[in-house]
Design a binder for this molecule. Structure first.
Ligand SMILES: Cc1cc2nc3c(=O)[nH]c(=O)nc-3n(C[C@H](O)[C@H](O)[C@H](O)COP(=O)(O)O)c2cc1C
Length: 238
């Protein structure tokens, strides 16, 4: 972490696309950032369904999110790892070193005593990835029903970066109105909608497109995809 850099908040909720969260966490840690992490109960259902990962919110362990053995035999995570370009999804053992583990501070989603529940805890921003329609609605209406919604509310009131990464289709008028409320309040709504203009050839390319755009808005440097107007610099982790 560079001098003057503050922690980033990553909240993971129960929308489809758990792989975006795992990859984003990996890229933030590889970039040397400290991460304040919180996870909703519904997100654990999605982790299990999509990646075969069993996560305990009471006794959280980073290894359960990024298991060194790659997870269940039939899991998407194992498939992604088996075909991954260098550096994708924690195939590099150094990412799980003690030094890196120390960069992640986990908070239970009901822990309103956590620093990130207060505006006096300074951060460089927060991202909710993926963001369910339920969490999005809660933030849009200032509910602060759990730590995730409270921390998001804090980021809005403190005029700090809040990036929400919704995943839903099609979108109804209530959901669209909630997204507009968030944008009007200062948030960046960055849907998990990979582009195809960078000529992706693998799922990794699609995941990295979304993660790369999140990093752009967080101010985290990366080389996750070819940018429009430049060529040949994709496929490398920071
Ligand atoms: C496997 C699975 C996939 C889901 N996918 C989505 C989704 O893509 N978008 C969404 O808004 N909700 C999705 N849901 C529903 C949410 O998890 C549910 O609304 C939950 O209450 C959200 O709670 P949270 O915001 O606290 O995580 C999914 C649920 C499951 C079990």
């Amino acid at each position: 972490m560079r001098r003057g850099q503050r922690d980033l908040v990553l909240a993971i909720t129960g929308a489809s696309g758990a792989i975006y969260a795992v990859r984003l966490l990996e890229v933030l840690l590889a970039a040397g950032r400290n991460v304040q992490l919180t996870i909703s109960p519904a997100a654990t259902l999605v982790f299990d369904k999509e990646l075969g990962l069993k996560i305990s919110l009471q006794k959280f362990d980073l290894d359960s999110l990024i298991p060194p053995d790659g997870g269940r035999e039939d899991s998407t995570l194992r498939m992604l790892r088996a075909n991954a370009p260098t550096g994708f999804v924690f195939d590099n053992s150094s990412i799980l070193s003690e030094a890196v583990r120390g960069k992640v501070t986990y908070h239970h989603h009901t822990d309103f005593m956590a620093g990130i529940a207060s505006g006096s805890f300074l951060t460089d921003g927060m991202v909710i990835c993926p963001c369910s329609m339920g969490t999005l609605a809660g933030i849009a209406h200032g509910m602060s029903e759990n730590l995730i919604q409270r921390a998001a509310d804090v980021h809005l009131k403190e005029r700090r970066k809040l990036i929400v990464v919704p995943r839903e289709t099609p979108l109804g008028s209530i959901q669209l109105e909630n997204m507009k409320r968030l944008v009007d309040a200062g948030a960046v709504v960055l849907p998990a909608m990979p582009g195809f203009y960078h000529n992706p050839t693998t799922i990794h390319d699609l995941v990295d497109f979304v993660v790369g755009r999140i990093c752009d808005h967080l101010g985290v440097e990366h080389r996750l995809m070819n940018r429009w107007g430049s060529e040949g610099d994709a496929g490398q982790t920071p």
